[in-house]
Design a protein around this ligand. Structure first.
Ligand code: CTP
Length: 395
């Protein structure tokens, strides 16, 4: 359930820290990438070796490591999809409530743009103390999520509230957090994007002006919403988040094969690649020499990837794109029907700011019941948000 999620686990110095070995193991077992930051006193209760073996990452406890390399807390905070602090001692709680930042864990907390989930753990009277109660309320008001301490026998021998929630409860809370906050949590998405290059000879090809921007923006938006994304990308200079399963291809045929292999069991499939419709009938094995005044290339039709996926569609919500220079709605609707799609995103190559190699796009969404939704001219990132929101409403 936590596949590819980046969980930053902060451990502070309480006896419950010994349970963090189990917590790391549970996160990793669910497919999460785990990094651990600790306060120095946490290391009195659990060894960094145990945590680094289980998390498969070096444990970070200070701003500088033994070789004086800087452990960049801002990068750690950026890396995290969620920051879980367990156990949270009364001391670190008080610092979080007031903004004190005297160690790496707290500097990371203050740098985090993502949510922080905390699991307080302390003795009965400390947990009941009005200062502690106030501090918990305060950090909740800052948007942090608190997993209340549980009742039971405490390290002091007293019995009552103050025990850290069990690792299984912290795992369940974290999974629920993702479920609630990411509308596509647990969903799988396949996207194809970019141009294709059809070889003429070892140095030449037939290509097109597609940049891959729209498809890559969609892949990132799906990722943001928690989906597990596979992106089959033709030659493109776009940067792709390394949490996306990226398959680089060159020709339409390679793209077709990669899409077929990855089609099964996907919840959503979006084809926005500008696939060549024709390719040279024969690819010359040697560079074609300049001889005659004219050169005739015989071209043959390529496979229509989207139509093929449409004919194999089972549970997938299948989305295509249509780029037209005239009769936009009519031609796009015809493609939607012919290729057995659920949705088609139509855009005009004639509209200013739309189509290939621009940063903006103006699209119209048409669904299989002929419902039409028009969007304003926006950046491709904004359009990707609109399209993903619409797709969510169809799921
Ligand atoms: N498409 C595809 N394989 C092809 C050609 C197109 O999968 N060989 C997909 C595109 O990714 C897009 C949709 O089909 O999602 C429509 O592409 P478009 O170029 O607009 O239309 P075509 O089907 O190629 O038809 P035409 O070129 O005649 O407009």
């Amino acid at each position: 359930m936590l596949h590819q999620k980046n969980i930053l686990l902060g451990i502070t110095g309480g006896i419950a820290a010994y349970k963090c070995a189990e917590l790391v193991r549970l996160f990793v077992k669910q497919g999460a990438n785990v990094k651990v930051v600790t306060t120095k006193s946490a290391l009195d209760f659990i060894t960094p070796k145990t945590l680094s073996v289980l998390s498969k990452n070096q444990v970070i406890s200070d701003f500088f490591d033994a070789n004086n390399n800087w452990n960049n807390h801002v990068h750690l905070a950026e890396w995290a999809d969620v920051f879980v602090i367990a156990p949270l001692t009364a001391n670190t709680l008080a610092k979080m409530a007031t903004g004190v930042c005297d160690n790496l864990l707290l500097a990371t907390y203050l740098s985090c743009k993502t949510k922080t989930i905390v699991a307080p753990a302390m003795d009965l009277d400390m947990y009941q103390h009005p200062t502690t109660k106030n501090n918990i309320q305060k950090i909740e008001s800052y948007g942090n999520l608190v997993i209340p301490a549980q009742s039971g026998e405490l390290a002091s021998g007293l019995v009552g509230e103050g025990r850290m929630a069990e690792p299984t409860d912290i795992l369940a809370f974290t999974e629920n957090f993702f479920k609630k906050n990411q509308k596509l949590f647990g969903k799988t998405v396949l996207i194809n994007a970019g141009p294709t290059y059809e070889a003429i000879d070892p140095v030449r090809f037939i290509g097109n002006r597609s940049s891959g921007k729209m498809g890559v923006a969609l892949a990132h938006e799906f990722l943001k919403q928690g989906a597990k994304v596979t992106l089959v990308l033709g030659p493109s200079s776009q940067k792709v988040n390394d949490k996306i399963n990226l398959i680089n291809v060159e020709s339409g045929n390679e793209m077709h094969q990669a899409c077929l292999v990855n089609f099964e069991n996907k919840d959503v499939v979006v084809c926005c690649a500008a696939v060549a419709d024709y390719k040279p009938k024969e690819v010359s094995q040697q560079k074609i020499k300049k001889q005659n005044e004219t050169l005739n290339l015989e071209l043959v039709k390529t496979a229509d990837i989207l139509a093929d996926l449409g004919s194999k569609k089972e549970k997938q919500l299948l989305v295509g794109f249509a780029l037209e220079t005239e009769n936009l709605l009519e031609y796009a609707t015809a493609k939607l029907k012919k290729k057995n799609l659920d949705i088609i995103i139509a855009n005009s190559a004639m509209e200013e700011g739309s189509g290939f190699a621009t940063d903006t796009n103006k699209v119209i969404l048409i669904d299989k019941h002929n419902k039409i939704t028009k969007f304003e001219l926006k950046s491709k990132t904004e359009i990707a948000k609109d399209i993903v929101e619409s797709i969510i409403s169809y799921l």
